[in-house]
Design a protein around this ligand. Structure first.
Ligand SMILES: NC(=O)CC[C@H](N)C(=O)O
Length: 352
């Protein structure tokens, strides 16, 4: 069945619908440059509410395997590809991508000139859009897009209950603020044998202190960090009392709590090929990234640890005396290069 992607700038792309056919699906349209890892991307809670287009032209060719999931379900709202594969070939394939998307209620479009779409998003910046069965006038589209509010995304993807994961007997204990945590971050902590208590995004600082952990970890998550002032307030109360570690949204929230600022990037960093420089030794390495916002300014006592090679933006920060260490990129990969697992060890050194 024919379907359309309508962008808020008035452009329309025509393609073939697959997955769950729905009359209209709304979201911010973003692009990801990873060649593989579509299932990890679809299930990463940081994509909640977004329509993701893949720049790699053939998607779905190794099917779907439930071990790859980064959360319990697809979190992206829509998916756009050039060509979709209906007959995957892979020893551990469990389901085709179109069947998977249908079972997850995700609407997708194939046959889209994703190279052109990506150029539009790069030149004009990411923008809102709609995947739809019927085209509509631009004024009507804008009206529908304006009605849509995505500012509560963390409320939706965070755990509603506190839970524990037991590690080795005398291992350190970390409280994890779940703003939409990826499974592989939890897996990396588990591999290290750490004791974990995972708490909802709105847990009060007092309640975290009562647990008496060795550190607090602030997770990745969807949306604009400035939509979460209540989370920033709780982090402020923890500064100086416990070591604070963080990845992506967690890095942004910790930066805000320290008195820094964040801003929106024109077209974000999403892919498995983002070069980052470690300012301590000038070494450059390739990272997995997925963020639309970035830390803009930091107070003087905060040390910038990493920068993005393409645009010079801040990719990590540290405050030694307050034991705070956070990164913007994803050392847990999934998808993307696994070369940066040592960054987690760096971060965890803060607790020692
Ligand atoms: N992966 C993340 O945690 C993303 C953080 C934030 N939602 C952003 O887009 O910048």
């Amino acid at each position: 069945m024919k379907g359309y992607l309508q962008l808020e700038n008035g452009m329309t792309f025509e393609g073939e619908l697959f997955g769950k056919i729905q009359e209209k699906v709304i979201g911010e349209v973003v692009f990801n440059t990873s060649m593989t890892g579509y299932q990890e991307i679809l299930t990463d809670p940081s994509y909640y509410g977004q329509i993701v287009t893949m720049t790699y032209p053939l998607i779905g060719n190794y099917g779907v395997n439930f071990d790859y999931e980064q959360s319990d379900s697809c979190k992206a709202r829509g998916f756009i590809v050039k060509e979709v594969c209906y007959k995957p070939n892979n020893f551990n394939n469990e389901m085709t991508l179109p069947d998977y998307l249908e079972s997850e209620d995700i609407t997708a479009l194939s046959g889209i000139d994703t190279r052109m779409l990506t150029k539009v998003l790069r030149n004009e910046g990411v923008m809102r859009g709609m995947i739809t069965t019927h085209m509509m006038p631009k004024t009507k589209l804008i009206e529908i897009l304006d009605e849509h509010d995505n500012s509560k995304s963390v409320f939706t993807v965070s755990t509603s209950n506190t839970y524990e994961i037991k590690g080795k007997k005398d291992a350190k204990h970390i409280v994890i603020y779940d703003y939409g945590i990826k499974t592989n971050i939890i897996n990396m902590f588990k591999e290290k044998g750490l004791n974990l208590t995972i708490v909802p995004f709105d847990t009060k600082a007092e309640d975290v202190l009562k647990i008496n952990p060795d550190a607090v970890f602030l997770s990745n998550g969807p949306g604009d960090p400035m939509d979460l002032p209540m989370c920033v307030e709780e982090i402020k109360k923890l500064i100086g009392k416990l070591p604070i570690l963080g990845i992506c949204l967690g890095h942004q929230l910790a930066s805000l709590a320290l008195g820094g600022t964040t801003k929106k990037l024109k077209f974000g960093h999403r892919g498995g090929n983002h070069s980052v420089k470690n300012l301590a030794n000038e070494r450059v390495f390739i990272t997995s990234q997925n963020h639309g916002y970035v830390v803009d300014k930091l107070p003087k006592d905060v040390e910038v640890t990493y920068t993005h090679v393409n645009d010079g933006s801040i990719e990590g920060m540290r405050v030694r005396d307050k034991k705070i260490y956070t990164v913007q990129f994803h050392p847990e990969a999934c998808p993307g290069p696994t070369d940066n697992g040592n960054v987690l060890d760096e971060i965890l050194k803060v607790i020692e």
